[in-house]
Design a protein around this ligand. Structure first.
Ligand code: TYD
Length: 214
């Protein structure tokens, strides 16, 4: 039977570079002969599609009816459990490594803008802990500038005030050790390849990955 794979999560503000760094790490691990499931939340599953529609403001206001934040938190948690059961657990059991662009810490940092931490933690309690989470540290103003550059259309959470509050939530959760499993904070303001080098070095240091064939 294949050894269980490793589960790595990349977290941070919108514009912190989570999507870029998750893809970079996936590529670098593949280059080491590791079979990787590169994935993201909201997931590509049915609940993920519903969440994206809400975040795009198609359902969440902007002239339409507001979407309840408790219901949105439940959707994120439901998407996560479905993602875990349908993609993450089977990949890990098969010996593949999983790199996820966002996971439970996003719910803990974003959904607590409107809801108590105990509620958000409770609905996510069944989601398994990653082997390591990288938190990309980028000042909210820089992250927002990057994001606007990539995509002028803003999602539900993309204002400077909200991003500052999300950043404060990540810091608070980190201090209280509530992010789940080991967390490594990485300065996300360096260039893409410098940040990717740092993450790769840390993964190698922790897990000494060898190719499956080795
Ligand atoms: P994001 O990674 O920005 O997706 P994309 O780049 O494809 O638009 O994620 C979408 C937003 O969802 C982002 O603002 C963070 C938010 N989010 C939560 O509020 N809670 C969660 O549990 C997750 C996974 C994401």
């Amino acid at each position: 039977m294949a050894a269980r794979g490793r589960f790595v999560v990349i977290e941070g503000l919108d514009g912190a570079g989570t999507t870029t760094q998750a893809a970079e790490l996936g590529k670098r691990l593949s280059g080491r002969g590791i079979v990787v499931l590169a994935t993201a939340e909201p997931s590509r599953g049915p609940v993920g599609a519903l969440i994206r529609a809400v975040l795009d403001r198609r359902l969440s206001g902007g002239g339409g009816r507001p979407f309840d934040r408790g219901a949105l938190a439940l959707l994120f948690a439901a998407d996560r459990l479905d993602h875990v059961a349908s993609e993450i657990v089977p990949a890990l059991a098969d010996g593949r490594w999983v790199v996820s662009d966002r996971y439970t810490p996003s719910s803990l940092a974003y959904q607590t803008l409107d809801l108590p931490l105990d509620f958000v933690a409770a609905i996510n309690a069944r989601a398994p802990r990653p082997d390591v989470t990288f938190l990309l540290d980028v000042p909210p103003a820089i992250a927002l500038r990057r994001r606007r550059h990539e995509r002028p259309e803003a999602d539900l959470f993309e204002t400077l005030d909200l991003q500052r509050r999300v950043a404060a939530n990540y810091r608070k959760l980190l201090r209280a050790r509530r992010l789940g499993g080991p967390v490594v904070v990485v300065d996300g303001t360096a260039g893409v390849s410098d940040v990717a080098d740092r993450i790769e070095r840390e993964v190698v240091r922790r897990f000494a990955p060898r190719s499956r064939e080795a």
